[in-house]
Design a protein around this ligand. Structure first.
Ligand code: NDP
Length: 435
């Protein structure tokens, strides 16, 4: 990629192109910044929007439903999905009058039907039902299924040219090339819902592509930022789950403790914004108020700030291209102290390992992601120690070696399955090993 080239049509079309909101296109970097506030297209923003939430019962799903609850009349719910949580799904489907509810576990269809008895909500079960939910004609889709299982449903939304708020980072980490290509081809509008990428998205519109020097992703440093290495060796699950700033699902909270989350975010940013690894910096920012920054060639650094609450980036994506009133408080800067430090790569090896995987390219990010999922699951199940999580990724990568990038969902699944098998063997070897 040549950043000196003016304007990136690929980015412009993926984010704002022939999507349903094309007429309200934000001036994306690559296009000239105009004094005319083209964002201000009230005609589009005022129209009621239909929304679908994939992973409605999870942490991101919960924040999304909370925002929808506060903006009744502005949005109507087309479809909601969950994995096994029938009760939570049925409750939400009833509350929001969803047209369709899908549960991934096929064995729970009867339970879901019973829970929705007396309503006219259609329901389905199994992966095909989750894909059907994504394919139904909602204007806006929140892609918040956790893990690699989120890829196929997100693609179903992308392929019909929907506006997709992308929380599921695995879509990009496991299949970044073809995911973004399919989005561009279908004219889908991808809005980053992850707080860091959402911040970058907002900051990037301050300049042109050829003016970009680098993007800087911030990281809280997690619960072990100030711990001695020997203490981290003995870290318990409870300690690792105690994130200092964010309330999130278990998997991503553990990833924040190892900083693999930051590593995956580097990969995610590279695919989203078409920026190479060496132009993506990371800074430890313990207050988590600056969510990320962009540096331009005139030395300006544009940062996005908000309280550390995932509802902010989700609200931005939900209201895009407008901004809605945040119903849950605002950031007051008076009295705040903001610190920024370079990450210590010995304390956080995951950052370097993810960067290497991005540089190597091909299937390397997908392999690292799958191995990390297996390792985190093993840690959550009490099988391996905290400090074994990252080595599972390293070992799996070196066993598999270099492979081409997946070009289809089937290829992505194949490489994912192989990495999981090898990571599983690694976990078995280290299960119960305390030294
Ligand atoms: P959670 O584990 O809290 O929720 C995951 C959701 O996906 C649940 O609704 C779950 O259903 C559903 N789900 C899980 N597995 C499957 C499956 N195989 N098929 C269909 N549905 C499934 O995750 P989070 O909300 O924390 O994260 C979701 C995604 O967003 C992840 O990719 C994460 O990395 C990303 N993200 C999360 C952030 C956060 O603050 N939480 C921040 C930025 C990104 P059920 O409830 O039935 O298990």
């Amino acid at each position: 990629m040549d950043l000196s080239q003016p304007s990136s049509w690929r980015l412009f079309s993926v984010f704002c192109g022939v999507a349903p909101m094309a007429s309200a296109a934000v001036l994306w970097f690559g296009e000239i910044m105009s004094a005319v506030p083209l964002r201000n297209n009230k005609a589009v923003a005022a129209a009621a929007r239909t929304v679908t939430v994939l992973g409605a019962t999870g942490s991101i799903g919960d924040s999304t439903m909370d925002l929808l609850r506060g903006a009744r009349g502005r949005y109507s719910v087309e479809a909601l999905t969950a994995n096994t949580n029938v009760e939570g799904l049925a409750k939400l489907a009833r509350e929001f009058g969803a047209r369709f509810a899908a549960i991934a576990d096929p064995a729970r269809l009867g339970e879901l039907k019973d829970a929705l008895a007396g309503t006219d909500i259609e329901c389905g079960a199994g992966e095909s039902a989750i894909i059907e939910a994504a394919a139904r004609p909602a204007d806006w889709v929140m892609a918040a299924v956790s893990g690699a299982a989120g890829l196929k449903p997100a693609l179903a939304a992308v392929d019909r040219g929907a506006t997709v708020a992308l929380a599921n980072k695995e879509c990009l980490v496991c299949a970044g090339d073809f995911f973004m290509q399919r989005a561009a081809k279908a004219g889908a509008c991808i809005l980053p819902a992850d707080s860091e990428h959402n911040a970058l998205f907002q900051a990037l519109s301050s300049g042109n592509r050829e003016e970009l020097v680098r993007v800087i992703i911030t990281a809280s440093g997690g619960p072990f930022r100030t711990w001695a290495p020997a203490d981290i060796e003995r870290a318990t699950l409870e300690q690792a789950l105690k994130h200092p700033n964010w309330s999130m699902g278990q998997k991503i909270t553990i990833d924040s403790a190892t900083m693999m989350n930051k590593g995956l975010e580097i990969i995610e940013a590279s695919f989203l914004f078409d920026v190479p690894a060496d132009r993506i910096g990371v800074l430890i920012h313990p207050q988590s108020l600056v969510h990320s920054m962009v540096e331009f060639r005139d030395g300006s650094i544009v940062a996005q700030m908000a309280r550390n609450d995932m509802r902010f980036p989700i609200l931005y994506a939900l209201a895009y291209p407008d901004r809605l009133e945040a119903p849950f408080g605002r950031l007051s800067l008076a009295g705040q102290r903001l610190e920024f430090d370079e990450p210590d790569l010995r304390r956080y090896p995951a950052i370097g390992i993810a960067r290497e995987a991005l540089r190597e390219g091909g299937a390397a990010p997908a392999v690292l992601n799958a191995a990390n999922e297996v390792a985190v699951e093993a840690f959550l199940a009490g099988k391996i120690r905290f400090t074994r999580i990252v080595p599972v990724g390293v070992e799996t990568r070196s066993s598999i070696g270099s492979r081409p990038a997946p070009r289809t969902v089937a290829e992505a699944r194949e490489i994912d399955a192989e990495a999981r098998r090898i990571a599983g063997e690694c976990v078995e070897r280290w299960t119960g090993v305390t030294a």
